[in-house]
Ligand binder design. Sequence first.
Ligand SMILES: C[S@@+](CC[C@H](N)C(=O)[O-])C[C@H]1O[C@@H](n2cnc3c(N)ncnc32)[C@H](O)[C@@H]1O
Length: 306
Amino acid sequence: MLKFYKWVAVLLMTAGAALAQDFGDTPYVQTPMNVVERMLQIAKVNSRDYVIDLGSGDGRMVLTAAKKYGARGFGVDLDRRLVELANRTAAKTGVADRAAFYERDLYETDFSAATVMTIYLLPEVNQMVRPKLLATLKPGTRVVTHDYDMGEWQPDEQIVIDAPDKPVGRDKKSKIFFWLIPANAAGKWRWELPQTGRNAVFELSVAQNFQMLTANATLDGRALAVANPRLAGEQISFELRDGVDGTRYEFTGRIVAHNLSGGVKVVGATAQRQLEWEAARTELGTPAHALLKKPTMQELQEKMQP
Ligand SMILES: C[S@@+](CC[C@H](N)C(=O)[O-])C[C@H]1O[C@@H](n2cnc3c(N)ncnc32)[C@H](O)[C@@H]1O
């Protein structure tokens, strides 16, 4: 709560930077335009994208995505004057057919159509929306936030950039955080690969928390070492190492529902081969993050007190 009031105080001192003061959970502070552009670049926004901004202010995220990259999308804000301003700007700049703004509570917003989410909200609010982002967005959807992270959900990428026009803070710098919505990789996977005249059976048990994976594997019931398991949206990769004959298997693939397909490089002592690979999920797992109870605002604020 302390942080909230400090921010409001700074905001009030920055006369002229804000058009409105209709707070909801997060006061109106503009993302500087150079930061908006960098956020959209990090998210690799393009004309196939549907961009949704939660707490859209004057609409700059979605308007820039529409004007500069030809994307479509919408923004929601509780402040009617900001929503009207954003819609007027969309009309004036010729993107009203691709960018719309609604007076709506972000907690009541269906954002499942997004391929990119942009967010500049207080850290507590990020954490309040986190379960819904993870539960409703398609795997591979890009999420980019300004200044505040998502608690224990580690970003896939983060940078700090100069923000000379920033209306808050003394150091005139902005943080940008980026995530891909992870597919559900948890559970047991099974597949076969041809090995000198027969098929060998592989099994992989995967535990997942956000995009972090831990895994165990067997080949015909015998344990293999698993190295570097990674999940980026729907893309999974990992290595299996056979301690008996020294073979290394480098798997990459894409998860679609309960199927996994891709390629594997098999590196033996004397030869190397590339094979196609297809696995089926034989037991569905639940990622640990999906079991977390949704935090209340009070719990989050207590946790964030210094
Ligand atoms: C920090 S500003 C960000 C504005 C804009 N996205 C930007 O980056 O320039 C946060 C915005 O969220 C809006 N807001 C706060 N709580 C909200 C809620 N529950 N639902 C919708 N909008 C909300 C505020 O009115 C404010 O315009």
